[in-house]
Design a protein around this ligand. Structure first.
Ligand code: SIN
Length: 321
């Protein structure tokens, strides 16, 4: 039987609280991935290997941690005795990591991200159930010949590009931005989950993209009184910075519309060679391209995911999902 490798990166799933009755007073990224596995009776006897890649609150996710993760995935996925990989992650930037890995992975084997909303010491901890489900999804995907990147949370399997955190504290904090889950996992023995014949296609750009230093790409938001001051401040700084601005993702209102003050500043950015992509600050639906668009619309991705996609595009990997 092939193994499932579990790569730990931290998050609330590995979080602990001194007083478990105070739900939000906890520290993320305290327990090792080996300890997380030990806490799941259903995983006893399952051929698993644990590798601690990082130990962070995912609000602090960085390109250098992604590089470590990419190196670990490269090694583990190449092993003949490995069916696929689970990554334990924080919920806060899970959608960015998922989108990045989906662009780079060759899609040959399953890579499943999972997380938790409640820390491991909570009486209602959701991490053990999510970890059990994630391992099962790797095993079942491998059995069905499915490869790619998905996220497993609260009984649902989400596409790496659709997945996003849409609630700050509910247990079912994730959704697909309007797209349904790829699979609703059966929570009892009586019902059968319906599985698709393939996971969404990967970008196949390769882990090597993580070895170079990324260009600076920032997110700006359109809002009342958005007069472009922030964009002009970035442009002024770009003249002297060692790592100058190369791209802007603008999170527009509604269907990606922009305040006229911000629009003018973004035109100045474009004239200075900055690449601008347009997404939406709205959680679901995305921005569809229209004839005559001044800047490309990023269909479906969140602004944070679009920042990852634009970074990769500037590096030469054009995969906006
Ligand atoms: C984190 O993203 O690491 C902290 C929050 C969470 O995992 O829910």
């Amino acid at each position: 039987m092939q193994k499932v490798v579990i790569l730990g990166t931290g998050g609330t799933i590995a979080g602990t609280a001194n007083d478990p009755s105070r739900a939000w007073a906890y520290q993320a990224a305290q327990l090792s991935v080996a300890q997380l596995i030990e806490a799941v009776p259903a995983l006893q006897g399952v051929p698993l290997e644990a590798v601690q890649v990082a130990q962070v609150d995912s609000k602090d996710m960085s390109w250098s941690i992604w590089r470590q993760l990419g190196r670990a995935l490269h090694v583990q996925l190449a092993r003949d005795d490995v069916a696929g990989v689970v990554i334990t992650h924080g919920t806060d930037t899970l959608e960015e990591t998922a989108c990045l890995l989906q662009a780079l992975h060759d899609g040959a084997k399953p890579v499943v991200l999972t997380a938790a909303m409640y820390p491991a010491t909570s009486p209602d901890a959701d991490g053990p159930g999510n970890l059990r489900d994630a391992v099962r999804v790797v095993q079942e995907s491998a059995r069905r010949g499915l490869g790619g990147v998905v996220a497993v949370m609260h009984g649902c399997v989400w596409s790496a590009i659709d997945v996003r955190k849409t609630h700050s504290h509910a247990l079912d904090a994730f959704d697909g931005g309007g797209a349904p889950p790829l699979v609703a996992l059966a929570q009892d023995d009586r019902s059968e989950a319906v599985w698709p014949s393939a996971w969404p296609a990967c970008g196949r750009f390769g882990w090597g993209y993580l070895e170079v230093n990324p260009p600076r790409v920032e997110i700006v938001c359109s809002h009342a009184d958005a007069d472009g001051w922030l964009v002009r401040a970035m442009l002024a700084h770009a003249q002297t910075s060692a790592r100058p601005l190369k791209g802007i993702v603008v999170a527009g209102t509604g269907h990606g519309t922009l305040h006229e003050g911000l629009t003018q500043a973004l035109r100045e950015a474009t004239q200075q060679g900055i690449t601008v992509w347009r997404s939406s600050r709205v959680a679901r639906g995305g921005v569809l391209a229209r004839e005559g668009d001044e800047w490309p619309a990023v269909p479906h991705l969140t602004a944070a995911q679009a920042r990852v996609a634009l970074t990769l595009s500037l590096l030469g990997a054009d995969h906006a999902g």
